[in-house]
Structure formats: structure tokens, C-alpha cells
Design a protein. Structure first.
Length: 279
């Protein structure tokens, strides 16, 4: 199985462990990831709030490069990047906007590449096929946290269920885990306010962690580097808002699958986390 791959800025910087786990799991599943050559930042989270042409041109260039390189399917693990590329594809169905962006880019853009998130890639591979490769069942009780950007706006992304998504839960169950039925699956962690309103971030993230702890979750499972960074890296600030400090680790879905496939903590980047992971 061969598929285009757009890592984006987070996976090559602050969330290297996500990139490591995506690459390691893909290799274990015999999925060939073909990284888009000469890719650029997609503009999340600032460009779309500052300049519409820039917010459309940055993602459009990435997709134009994918088309130029013959990549019909492109997996985008970062939820923010995935969201920006999908929204841009939708916006550029407008002829006026598409003509303007093509003029800015000075390169053709058709919008023909299919943009998928990491959960969709795993679904394409098949839960049963993954199950057949398990060497160490992921026998843990976890809370699957989807956040805002994987499922919203639903009218554009058309992925999973907007209020009660199940794709991550299904994947965790297929590798031997137990998932919580909880109300915080798509609540915002406050990542968009990581610089301007750290107090709000601590409160929002604290609510998520408290509810997971109250339900005795052993870990939070995510597919968004912004959510993971907020809930993991900011834990000391978050704990100041909680009556009982939380030590629940926050890991990526690819790290959970990697553990079930028998990959090491080092291969999956689990040693890079701020909150110790012992699963």
C-alpha cells in the first residue's frame, strides 16, 4: 500500500513523537509513505485568521505539489493541517477563488488529491488486518479524545459523527483496549489560545483530564498534536486548577497501535512525553 504523506510543521518540530509513531506503524503495516517534496506550512493556526488569500494559497500549494507528484491519496496526521487542507479544497470549488489562487501560485491546481486523516488511513488498511498483526494486545481502559478539528465543520469534512465519533474507539477496541463512553470526546482543549489565554487553556484542558480521571481512564488517546501538546506539556499549569493533580498520559492513536504491534517505546517516541507513559 502506497500513499502520499504530508507531515506538516508540528510533526517535524514540537510533535516529533507523532511523526515517529506514524512512520514506525506504517512500516510495520507495510504502508509506504511518500512524503510530498518541497512541502510548506499549511498556515494553521494563524493564516486563516489574518489573510484569506494566504490561508487558501498555502494549503493549495501543498495539494498542487501532491498532484504534480502523482499522489492521488495524501494522509495528513495533524488534525489542524488536515482541517485546513480539506476546508481549502472546499473553498476552491468556487471558480473565482480558485483562479485567484492559481494566479498567486503560478502552478496548476485541480483539487483532485484525496486528503485523509490518520484514522481514515488506518480504516483503509482495515482493523481486522491490524488485528492479525498484534503481538501484545493493548489491554487498557482509555478515553478517546477527538478534539475540535477532526470532525468540524462536519458539512465539509464529512468524517465520523460530529458529537459522538467512533472511529478511534473502534480502532482501540480492535487492538484489545476498552474505551470510555464519555461526554468530552469533542470538547475544545483551548489550543487556539495557547499563547493569549493560558488561564483558559488550563481550565478547558483540566475539565477534560478531570473527567477522564473520574472515569478511571488509564490514558487519553488523541490524533491531534495541538491537543496532545496542550494536555501533556502544560500539565503542571493544568494541575494547579484541579483539586487532585492528574498523571494520566496522553498518547497518539499510532503509539497505542504501535505498542500492540510490539514496537518499542523508543521507536514510538513515548520517551519524549512530559507525563510519563507506562502502558
Amino acid at each position: 500500500m502506497k500513499i502520499g504523506f504530508y507531515p506538516g510543521c508540528s510533526l517535524t518540530g514540537s510533535s516529533r513523537e507523532y511523526n515517529e509513531s506514524v512512520v514506525a506503524v506504517a512500516k510495520a503495516l507495510d504502508i509506504e509513505l511518500v512524503e510530498i517534496k518541497d512541502w510548506n506550512c499549511c498556515g494553521a493556526t494563524a493564516a486563516h485568521a489574518m489573510n484569506e488569500e494566504l490561508s487558501l494559497s498555502l494549503p493549495a500549494r501543498i495539494m498542487a505539489l501532491a498532484e504534480e507528484q502523482g499522489l492521488t491519496d495524501v494522509v495528513v496526521p495533524c488534525a489542524a493541517c488536515y482541517n485546513r487542507l480539506k476546508v481549502t479544497q472546499h473553498e476552491l470549488e468556487d471558480d473565482t477563488k480558485r483562479i485567484r489562487v492559481v494566479d498567486i501560485l503560478k502552478m496548476p491546481y485541480q483539487g483532485s488529491s484525496r486528503i485523509i486523516n490518520v484514522l481514515q488511513l488506518l480504516e483503509m488498511y482495515g482493523a481486522e488486518n491490524i488485528k492479525a498483526k498484534i503481538t501484545r494486545p493493548f489491554a487498557h481502559k482509555v478515553a478517546c479524545y477527538y478534539g475540535c478539528l477532526l470532525v468540524r465543520p462536519h458539512s465539509i469534512l464529512k468524517f465520523d459523527r460530529v458529537e459522538d465519533p467512533q472511529s478511534m474507539d473502534t480502532m482501540i477496541k480492535s487492538i484489545g483496549g476498552t474505551t470510555l463512553d464519555w461526554a468530552f470526546k469533542t470538547e475544545c482543549c483551548g489550543a487556539g489560545f495557547s499563547v493569549s489565554r493560558t488561564d483558559l487553556v488550563a481550565k478547558l484542558s483540566g475539565n477534560i483530564l478531570k473527567d477522564a480521571a473520574d472515569r478511571e481512564a488509564e490514558a487519553l488517546i488523541v490524533a491531534c498534536p495541538m491537543c496532545q501538546s496542550n494536555l501533556d506539556m502544560r500539565r503542571s499549569a493544568i494541575n494547579k486548577t484541579l483539586e487532585t493533580p492528574s498523571d494520566i498520559p496522553v498518547i497518539y492513536i499510532t503509539q497505542a497501535i504501535g505498542l500492540a504491534l510490539g514496537l518499542s517505546a523508543k521507536e514510538l517516541g513515548l520517551k519524549r512525553h512530559f507525563v510519563t507513559v507506562e502502558l
